[in-house]
Every structure is written in C-alpha cells, then in structure tokens.
Write a protein that binds this ligand. Structure first.
Ligand code: HEM
Length: 365
C-alpha cells in the first residue's frame, strides 16, 4: 500500500479518478455494499453521475435551504429535550448516532420513528460493526453487524416494494426518486437502490456522530470556546423580532464563529482517516512508480496538522480560522476529500452540526 500525506500527490490521485485509479474500500466493505461487478454503486462514469446527482438533490444546499434545515432543527430540539429529561448520563456519540439514524432513515426510506419500530439501535449495530474485524462468528461485533444489516435490508426492501405498488405514498425521500428511475438504466435495479440506501445511512450516521461527540470533549477542555459560541448565538436570537422563531437559512449562513468551530473539530477530528484508491495501471510519479493493483491511501488529516499553516497544530483553537484565507484552506484542509468524489453530504453534515450547536448553546447549559 502507498500511504500519501503529500499535498501534490494527494491532488494528483484525486484527479486520476476513473483514469489511473479507482475507488476501492476494504474487502468487507466491498461485500457489504455490493461494490463489485459492473453495476456497482461506486462505479465511475454515468453511474457515479447518477448517484451523485441523487445525493445532491436530496441533501444539497437547495434542499437544506427549502426543507431540511427546519426538519433538522425539529429533530435536534426533540432529541436534546429527551436527553435533558432522561435524568441519565448521555453518551454523546451514541445518542447523536441514534438521532442522526432516525433523521436519515426518514429522508431515505420514509421511516416514521413515531409510529414504527425503533431502528436506531439496529442502525448503530450495523454501523459500528462495519468498523470492526470482519470475523463472522456468533458473539463478534461483525456477526451482529451482519444480522443488523439483514434486518435493515429486509425493512428497506419492504418499503421499496410498497412504494413501487403505491408511488403516491411518497414523501419526497430517496425511495421516491429511486422508484421513478427504477429500470430506466441497466444498473437501476432494486439491489442497487438498497445498496445505495445502506451506504448513505453509514456515511451520515458515523460521520456526524463522531464530530458532535468530539465537540463535547473540546467543550469540556476549553470552556472559553463555549463562551465565544454563546456570544454568537445570543446575538443571533437578539436580532429576531420573534425570539421564538425558527432558525432561518440566512441566520445559519451568518454563523461565522460556529463554522470556525466546526472547521476546527474537523481539522483535529480525523473523521475519515484514509481515502482509499486502487491503481488501475502503473503510475509514474516523481521518479517512483506506484504499481498497478496497489492500494493507495490518501491521508488528508496529516496536512491539517502542518505547523507552517496551523500554528501549534495540536491545540484546539477555533479562533485560528479567522486568519486563514480561502486559498490556504482549500489546499491544506480537506476533511471532505477532493476531486469528483468529494463528499456529497458535506453541506448536510455542516448544517446538522451547526443547528445542533445552535439549539444546544441557546437553550441548554
Ligand atoms: C463530518 C462529516 C463527514 C465527513 C468528514 C465526510 C468525509 C467524506 C470524504 C473524505 C469523502 C471522500 C471519500 C472518497 O473519496 O473515497 C466522502 C464521500 C462521500 N460522503 Fe461524506 N463525509 C461526511 C458526512 C457525510 C454525510 C452526512 C453524508 C450523507 C449524505 C455523506 C455522504 C457521502 C457520499 C455519498 C460520498 C461519496 C461521494 C461520491 O463518490 O461522489 N458524507 N465523505
């Protein structure tokens, strides 16, 4: 395996997607998400274009602005109220994971948490097991993951079949779009749709909960950070005519300190520890050759600890972001990857995180 923490090589690899390299993840992932064969959801070309278009349509800026932001706020508010009322210690990562799982299941396959079975734990079992040693015997985390995966797949399949029979039951979720497109191209099969659904579930739940969980650690270690955020959110609410009105898109876009805070969590968070590719042919680079078939691991998080760009790099300091210009950031801060595979959920992740901070800071101590 080639492990690269070199900015030029990283950018070069990102630009080679579908040409000299292809996306590749561990064998257990390939099997779990059906990432094999010519109609695999991670294929390049028009399959990728289709899938990416669907993600962005569902979770991109326009959707966030027009409908998701208010739903995120509702979800966060209800969950924080439950946490506060539970009278118990809350494990921030697990509790956030459950919150995000229910939100994602609703927008992917119309799962209604109020009237249907509680699936948060099943999703958590599936997601956690993906990051474990793939030993499939009873008693292991991976075995539980496989069982939870089967359970989720059965549930999504039932929803898909129901939606095929009654498309009018749609609620603007991913299945709606998928059913419209079903069989319009060779790869748009029921299995493909189920794999994509499971993939987004994983991407959404694990990443947001890791970041929010880490935020609590930094709050505890650096209380002045909380004070900075409080000033921003207090000012935001004071500007409102109706103090109880909901978070608007303009308010969200005005949260500079919160965005600096989120950047700093992502800078130190190492949420996506390594971006994996496989060399499709021998790749000459700077006098070296990356042999065909080898795995390449692009590690962007090391750049985020470069002391020349980020002074005192291990210190958690959101204030540093006010002095970092856009160009420096784009070259040295890549928590969402780069090139054509750059994270399709980045806007959703940031909006979810910022809304969470907003409700937490302005309503709880
Ligand atoms: C803190 C949060 C997140 C981080 C740090 C993160 C990071 C990343 C990274 C580094 C990649 C590139 C992977 C590669 O090139 O192989 C990626 C891709 C992707 N992410 Fe995220 N992600 C986050 C949240 C989300 C969320 C909430 C979603 C939900 C929709 C999501 C969906 C995706 C998808 C669909 C791709 C593949 C895009 C493509 O192949 O075109 N991510 N993410």
């Amino acid at each position: 395996m080639i492990i690269s923490s070199d900015p030029q090589l990283n950018s070069f690899i990102f630009q080679q997607e579908g040409r000299a390299v292809e996306l590749w993840y561990l064998d257990s992932f390939q099997k779990l998400f059906n990432l094999e064969g010519e109609n695999r959801p991670n294929a390049v070309g028009h399959i990728h274009k289709y899938v990416r278009g669907v993600y962005l349509n569902l979770f991109g800026v326009e959707s966030l602005r027009t409908r998701l932001l208010s739903d995120i706020e509702r979800t966060v508010r209800a969950n924080l109220c439950d946490w506060a009322g539970s009278g118990e210690t809350i494990d921030a990562k697990t509790a956030t994971s459950n919150m995000v799982a229910v939100f994602a299941a609703k927008h992917l396959f119309g799962h209604d948490a109020e009237t249907s079975e509680d699936i948060a734990e099943t999703i958590d079992g599936f997601v956690q097991g993906l990051l474990s040693f793939p030993l499939n015997i009873p008693g292991t985390r991976f075995h539980k993951c496989m069982k939870d995966k089967d359970k989720l797949e059965t549930m999504v399949t039932a929803k898909l079949k129901e939606r095929i029979l009654c498309p009018e039951k749609g609620q603007g979720d991913f299945l709606d779009q998928a059913v419209k497109d079903l069989n319009t191209d060779f790869f748009l099969t029921e299995n493909f749709i189920i794999s994509v659904t499971m993939g987004i579930l994983f991407a959404t739940v694990e990443s947001i909960s890791t970041s929010v969980g880490l935020a609590f650690k930094f709050f505890a270690e650096q209380p002045w950070v909380l004070a900075d955020l409080e000033t921003e959110h207090e000012a935001l609410i004071n500007k409102r005519e109706d103090k109880n009105s909901h978070l608007t898109w303009d308010e969200y876009r005005s949260m500079t300190l919160t965005m600096n805070f989120i950047n700093e969590v992502l800078r130190l968070g190492n949420v996506f520890p390594g971006i994996l590719r496989r060399a499709l042919k021998d790749i000459p680079y700077n006098g070296y050759t990356i042999p065909a078939g080898w795995t390449i691991m692009v590690v962007t998080s090391t750049l985020q600890l470069n002391p020349e760009i980020f002074k005192d790099p291990l210190a958690f300091n959101p204030r540093r972001w006010k002095d970092i210009d856009q160009e420096t950031a784009s070259k040295n801060f890549m928590p969402f990857g780069g090139g054509t595979r750059q994270c399709a959920g980045a806007e959703l992740a940031k909006a979810f995180f910022a809304t969470f901070i907003h409700v937490l800071i302005s309503e709880y101590r």
